[in-house]
Ligand binder design. Structure first.
Ligand code: GUN
Length: 283
């Protein structure tokens, strides 16, 4: 039976640290660290996410502002708002919730954000800097996964790491962070032949696909560390990950639960990134 990588508990610790640092910083800056969140349209999942992000900021003593914008907003109008926030010295972090409506070019919008305020780590400057060494910000989910591995003292140098899923938000940056930490990394995608042959070699397996319970215990090496980034509803409407927890936990040494694993860490790392942005602004 495996041990749980408790993301909820570690995220709580990180929020407490953020709160203490925010208070010190607020005394020095004469203002609170500040995050501006932009939501365009009515996507129900996005509405929940942004509410959490704003509530998290308030809990740790950050200033946060939610810009709720109409679905019909033009790309030019959105970019004008972002440029205003770039210039506003009370704004440390800017987050544009994705997905954006189809008439807006997400890439162009993200590139409008000042890289020094890009707390999602999605700007090409930060993505490129992640590849070459030292980004200003690391994307929150993969950064949170690295913190979970660190907390459990999972050995990364020399380990076989397999990342299933190659998105710009999770899979690709996750692979780069693991590589930087000394792992030998394989990235699998939807075209991968014999996925199980790869996953069974993994000392560290990160799954970020978005398909309920697609990785069973038979695809996991005995003693592996299994990180489940998925957040799905199964046929009964029950929340579940991309990994079949019941069978996987028979094989893994460490495993993240869903919920309570990676999700809370993603939220916590947004606070950490916002705090880092404010700390840099204070220098
Ligand atoms: N949509 C789903 N996940 C994310 C995220 O981490 N950041 C942003 N901006 N949008 C998202």
């Amino acid at each position: 039976m495996s041990k749980l990588l408790d993301g909820a508990a570690l995220a709580k610790e990180l929020r407490q640290q953020c709160r203490q640092n925010a208070d010190v910083l607020a005394a020095r800056l004469g203002r609170k660290p500040g995050l501006d969140v932009i939501l365009v349209g009515q996507d129900p999942a996005s509405q929940v996410y942004v509410r959490h992000k704003v509530a998290d900021c308030e809990e740790v003593g950050f200033r946060s502002r939610l810009h709720r914008l109409d679905e019909q907003l033009t790309q030019a109008q959105l970019m004008t708002l972002i440029r205003q926030l770039n210039e506003d010295s009370a704004v440390d972090g800017i987050l544009v919730q994705l997905p954006l409506p189809a008439h807006i070019d997400s890439r162009a919008v993200i590139e409008t954000i000042d890289p020094a305020k890009d707390v999602d780590g999605f700007h090409i400057h930060n993505a490129g800097a992640l590849m070459t060494g030292a980004p200003l910000f690391r994307p929150c989910t993969p950064y949170g996964v690295m913190k979970l591995l660190e907390k459990a003292a999972v050995p990364i140098r020399g380990a076989e790491a397999v990342v299933v899923g190659a998105s710009n938000i999770v899979g690709k940056p996750q692979a780069l962070l693991l590589l930087q930490a000394g792992a030998t990394v394989t990235i699998c995608n939807s075209k991968t032949r014999d996925l199980a042959a790869h996953t069974r070699r993994a000392d560290i397996l990160v799954v970020a696909v978005g398909r309920a319970r697609m990785i069973g215990g038979d695809m996991i090496k005995e003693g592996a560390t299994v990180i489940d980034v998925g957040m799905n509803r199964d046929e009964n409407g029950k929340l579940c990950g991309d990994v079949d927890f019941a069978s996987a936990s028979e094989k893994a040494a460490w495993i993240t639960p869903v919920p309570g694993g990676v999700g809370p860490m993603t939220r916590a790392m947004l606070l950490v990134n916002t705090l880092e942005a404010a700390q840099r602004a204070a220098i």
